[in-house]
Design a protein around this ligand. Structure first.
Ligand code: SAM
Length: 188
C-alpha cells in the first residue's frame, strides 16, 4: 500500500501523492509545542509521519488520539506507531472521541486534512467541529500546498480561517516538501 495508490483510488480525500516531508513534519509538530500540551488530536494521519513525531515529543500524561477515515491509512499508522490510538473515523466526530477520552475540549488540533480538496460546505462543517472542540486559547495547526492555496477552495479556506480564529499565523514556505507547503497556526 502506498500513498500514490490511495491518491489514485480516492484523490479528493487523500489530497496528496506522498506523505509530508521530514521538514514539513518538524515545522508543524514543533509549532504545536507538544511538551506543554494536555490533550492533542490529530486529524487525517495518513501513513503516520506526524503521529510518529508527536509521540516522540509527547508527555506521558497527555491525551493523544488520531481520527482517519481511510482504513488502509489507519492500519499503516498503527503499524508505524504501535503506541498511537488511531480511530477509523471522520474529523467531524472529534467531539464524540474527546468524550470517549473523558474530555470536553482539547488544547491542540494538528491536521493533515486536504482542505483545498473540500467544497465550502465540507470546509465549514469540519472547521466548525474543530473550533467547537478547542478550548479558548487552543491551537489549530494545518498545512496547505502552495498551488492549492491559489485555488478558489484554497482561498476560501484561508478566508474561513481568518473569520473563525482570533489569530492566524502563516509560515514561510517549506520548499523541500513535495509539493511545497506552508503551515497555518491558528489560535482560538
Ligand atoms: C494529505 S493526506 C495527509 C496525511 C499525513 N498527515 C501527511 O501529512 O503525510 C490527508 C489525509 O486526511 C485523511 N482524511 C480526509 N478526510 C478526512 C476526514 N473527514 N476525517 C479524517 N481523515 C480524513 C485522508 O484519508 C488522508 O490520510
Amino acid at each position: 500500500m502506498n500513498f500514490l495508490k490511495q491518491f489514485i483510488s480516492n484523490p479528493k480525500d487523500t489530497g496528496a501523492v506522498a506523505s509530508s516531508s521530514k521538514q514539513l513534519t518538524e515545522l508543524i509538530v514543533d509549532s504545536a509545542d507538544v511538551p506543554s500540551k494536555k490533550c492533542i488530536v490529530e486529524l487525517g494521519c495518513g501513513s503516520g509521519v506526524f503521529t510518529k513525531e508527536i509521540l516522540n515529543q509527547l508527555p506521558a500524561k497527555t491525551t493523544f488520539f488520531c481520527l482517519e477515515i481511510n482504513p488502509k491509512f489507519v492500519a499503516q499508522t498503527k503499524k508505524l506507531c504501535p503506541k498511537a490510538t488511531v480511530y477509523d473515523a471522520s474529523a467531524s466526530e472529534i467531539q464524540k472521541y474527546l468524550n470517549k477520552h473523558k474530555r470536553k475540549t482539547c488544547d491542540t488540533v494538528i491536521s493533515g486534512l486536504p482542505w483545498a480538496m473540500f467544497d465550502k460546505q465540507k470546509q465549514e462543517e469540519l472547521l466548525g467541529a474543530v473550533y467547537e472542540s478547542l478550548e479558548k486559547g487552543g491551537t489549530f495547526l494545518t498545512f496547505a500546498y502552495l498551488q492549492g492555496r491559489a485555488l478558489p477552495t484554497g482561498k476560501k479556506f484561508q478566508k474561513l480561517l481568518n473569520e473563525t480564529f482570533s489569530k492566524v499565523e502563516v509560515s514561510e514556505p517549506v520548499w523541500k516538501n513535495i509539493p511545497p507547503a506552508i503551515v497555518y497556526k491558528c489560535t482560538k
